[in-house]
Structures are given as structure tokens and as C-alpha cells.
Write a protein that binds this ligand. Structure first.
Ligand SMILES: Cc1cc2nc3c(=O)[nH]c(=O)nc-3n(C[C@H](O)[C@H](O)[C@H](O)COP(=O)(O)O)c2cc1C
Length: 180
């Protein structure tokens, strides 16, 4: 039998996976919750489905279970500071995090949507699967709003400050800042 991969080995390997950064939000009884997350993926377009993996210990994960709905906000390159707030840096918790960033609520479920995000998806929970420390929510996407822009990317434990860009012939021609 092969040796078990250790947690540091696993984390160092997965840190090499560049990911777009999202904020997953939910709301119930006038309360809102949200966390920064990279564990967000498309599942299928038919029916339109995404999955998100949320630590079971977070208030967000618990509230999604009760509310049955969540939203996913794909962050733009300029939204790094709001990403930090929803990752718990700076110590803001619960509703207080929504004092940071430009938030509006949508629909009967009052899901918090971030103005300026590249996409806002409103999702109804189809099913949840527990895996270790995390809850994996499959969401039926009930509404989308898309805005053009550059994404916020996380890699190697840091936000990517620069992205190579390519010309029309798909050759790398340089590096520009994400905001430039
Ligand atoms: C770049 C980045 C990606 C993250 N991705 C996830 C994720 O996919 N799922 C998750 O549960 N937590 C993720 N986290 C951690 C949560 O954002 C953090 O634990 C959360 O804000 C804690 O919320 P709480 O104070 O309500 O427990 C990520 C953090 C960062 C900085």
C-alpha cells in the first residue's frame, strides 16, 4: 500500500493550482454571511449547476444549509481588499463583513450580490455532500449577471499581481498589471 499523502504535501501541491477568487454569500431572517473561496466549479450546463466547497465550521456553510440558497460572486482584479475581508483578515465577522464593498440584495431570498463582480450567480441548493472538514453544495443556477473585466487570481498562497497577456497570434508578448 502507498504511504498517505501528508497535509503539507497536499497543500503545497494544490497551491500550484491557479484559481479565480469568489465570495460565496447567503442570507436568512435578515442576516447575511459570506466567505472568500476558490473551491468553486462548474458542474454541468444542463441543468446549469455549480459546486462550492465550504468549511462546515463557517457560519456561511451553516446558513446555506438552512437557507437552501447561495450566491457566488466572481471577483474582479480590483476587488482584492474585499476578498481579504471575507477571508476573515481584519477580524470582521458575520454581517459586519458586508460593510466593506458595494453590496445589494436580490430576489425573495435577499442574496447579497457584489457590485463590480465579473459574474453574480444565484443558486438553489440541489444537494449537499459532506467530505472531511467541508460541505460540498451543488447549486442549480437560477439567475446570472455578467460584467466584463479582469479576474482576481490566487496562486501559491498569493494573489497574482501580474498576468501575462498574449497577442492575436497567441504569443506571450509581455506582462501588465491586472488593473492596467
Ligand atoms: C484565497 C482564499 C481562498 C479560500 N477558499 C476557501 C474555500 O474554497 N472554502 C472555504 O471554506 N474557505 C476558503 N477560504 C477561507 C475562508 O475565506 C475563511 O476561512 C472564512 O472567511 C472564515 O469565515 P468564518 O470567520 O465565518 O468562519 C479561502 C481563503 C482565501 C484567502
Amino acid at each position: 500500500m502507498q504511504n498517505e499523502v501528508t497535509k503539507p504535501e497536499f497543500c503545497s501541491a494544490l497551491a500550484q493550482l491557479a484559481s479565480g477568487v469568489s465570495i460565496i454569500t447567503t442570507a436568512l431572517h435578515g442576516q447575511m454571511r459570506g466567505i472568500t473561496a476558490t473551491a468553486v466549479n462548474s458542474v454541468t450546463a444542463d441543468p446549469p449547476t455549480v459546486l462550492v466547497c465550504t468549511n462546515s465550521s463557517t457560519g456561511t456553510s451553516k446558513m446555506i444549509a438552512d437557507a437552501g440558497w447561495f450566491a457566488v460572486n466572481f471577483l474582479a482584479a480590483g476587488q482584492r481588499s474585499v476578498s481579504d475581508v471575507f477571508a476573515g483578515m481584519g477580524g470582521l465577522q458575520g454581517d459586519d463583513r458586508f460593510g466593506f464593498g458595494d453590496w445589494e440584495t436580490s430576489g425573495p431570498n435577499r442574496l447579497p450580490l457584489l457590485t463590480g463582480a465579473l459574474a453574480q450567480l444565484e443558486c438553489e441548493v440541489e444537494k449537499m455532500v459532506k467530505s472531511g472538514t467541508h460541505d460540498v453544495y451543488f447549486g442549480h443556477v437560477r439567475s446570472v449577471k455578467v460584467s466584463p473585466g479582469e479576474p482576481l487570481i490566487y496562486h501559491g498562497g498569493n494573489y497574482l499581481p501580474h498576468a501575462p497577456f498574449v497577442d492575436k497570434n497567441r504569443e506571450t508578448v509581455g506582462v501588465r498589471t491586472m488593473s492596467g
